[in-house]
Design a protein around this ligand. Structure first.
Ligand code: ZN
Length: 380
């Protein structure tokens, strides 16, 4: 069976001075169009994406500088704005806000191919041998990353150029075809994800919470305090904000590495991986009087585990199952099935079953339940 997946290749980008000017100009133009359209939507909520797209030619006449940048980036910013409104309507996001200059900036440009007199023209091209990317209007820009690849397989869909901290990146989204086959051995494993232990498996493997999370948390807290004391949009404010973004970036990278290591250990010997649905657990973290920043970091780590598990399973032809968010994996005794309500309190680390007398560590017990529940769902 052939399956199509989208995959992002993220490269560090090394633009020349002139290219930096163009990139920042595009940031400005997309921000301008975004804010202009947001203002129209605020005044008339019935405006559709199509209505807003129709504004573009008028805007370009009125503000000729918009003609200098790639036009698909302007269309994409309208698409993003409408996605923001859709999310808000569904209750999964706040009302879209105006974009400010000092925020993390980026724009997305679409892949276009055409042919003229028998010659095929493509506006985005990645050359991993010469280590350059060709982008609309920018022409060739130096890139770094994916040293072991000499080619990107698949069809390029778009490229997103961003500036984070003091660095530029390009993320190239590619559609790849994947051959998916049935699993070879049917070894299944259940995993419990948590605050005390990051991951516990039904094979009794424990993966602790890495120490660096605390280190970065302290750094972020310090920089956030520093930032709050500075005058908004001042030079020092922007400098401090860049530093903060840099720490977030480092945290993100460190987290990704840790999670990837855990996930490859788990997927190596198993074909069916069963995890929880983390919606309820995320709420538990919220109710546990944790400070806001800790919640944010913990939830991001949880999401990263699920994201990489899903991705890795797809990549390695494994089956990934998530049990219902309402399944009480921590309360049920994995031996007799009795429900022990006192386990609702997440500070209780040991389950002592009131029916069969089993004594078992909380997270390990949960992982066995997750395995059993997942297999029950899978076989039905
Ligand atoms: Zn029991």
């Amino acid at each position: 069976m052939i399956m199509k997946i989208h995959r992002a290749y993220k490269f560090r980008l090394y633009p020349t001075k002139e290219q930096v000017v163009y990139i920042r100009k595009t940031f400005g133009c997309t921000r301008f169009v975004y804010n202009y359209c947001l203002d129209l939507k605020r005044k008339n909520k019935y405006l559709t994406k199509f209505d807003l797209m129709k504004e573009l030619p008028k805007l370009k006449k009125e503000y000729p500088f918009l003609k200098e940048v790639d036009s698909s980036s302007l269309q994409n910013t309208i698409t993003d704005l409408m996605v923001g409104f859709k999310k808000h309507e569904k209750g999964i996001g706040g009302y879209p806000k105006f974009k400010k200059k000092d925020e993390k900036e980026g724009f997305r440009t679409n892949f276009i191919t055409s042919s003229y007199k028998g010659r095929v023209y493509e506006n985005i091209k990645v050359n991993l041998v010469r280590r350059v990317i060709e982008l609309p209007k920018l022409k060739c820009v130096k890139i770094r990353g994916y040293r072991n690849l000499d080619n990107i397989n698949g069809r390029i869909l778009n490229a997103t150029i961003s500036e984070v901290g003091t660095r530029f990146y390009v993320s190239v989204c590619v559609e790849e075809e994947l051959e998916v086959s049935e699993p070879s051995n049917n070894q299944a494993v259940g995993i419990d994800i948590g605050v005390k232990n990051l991951v516990v498996t039904s094979n009794k493997e424990y993966y602790g919470n890495p120490k660096y999370l605390d280190k970065y948390e302290r750094k972020i807290k310090r920089l956030q305090q520093e930032l709050s004391r500075k005058a908004k949009a001042s030079k020092n404010y922007i400098k401090c904000k860049k530093k903060l973004e840099e720490v977030y970036r480092k945290l993100k990278n460190a987290r990704k590495k840790t999670v990837e290591k855990i996930v490859s250990n788990i997927t190596r010997n198993h074909d069916i991986i069963i995890a929880e649905n983390l919606q309820v657990k995320k709420m538990l973290v919220h109710n546990n009087n944790h400070k806001h920043l800790r919640k944010e970091i913990t939830n991001a780590t949880f999401s990263e585990i699920i994201r990489i598990l899903k991705y890795k399973c797809l990549w390695l032809n494994k089956i990934f199952i998530q049990v219902s968010p309402y399944y009480p994996s921590s309360q049920i005794c994995s031996k007799c099935g009795n429900r022990n309500e006192e386990m609702k309190d997440i500070r209780v680390r040991e389950l002592k079953c009131s029916k069969c007398g089993l004594e078992i560590e909380r997270d390990y017990n949960a992982s066995i339940n997750i395995l059993n529940e997942g297999l029950r769902c899978y076989n039905n």
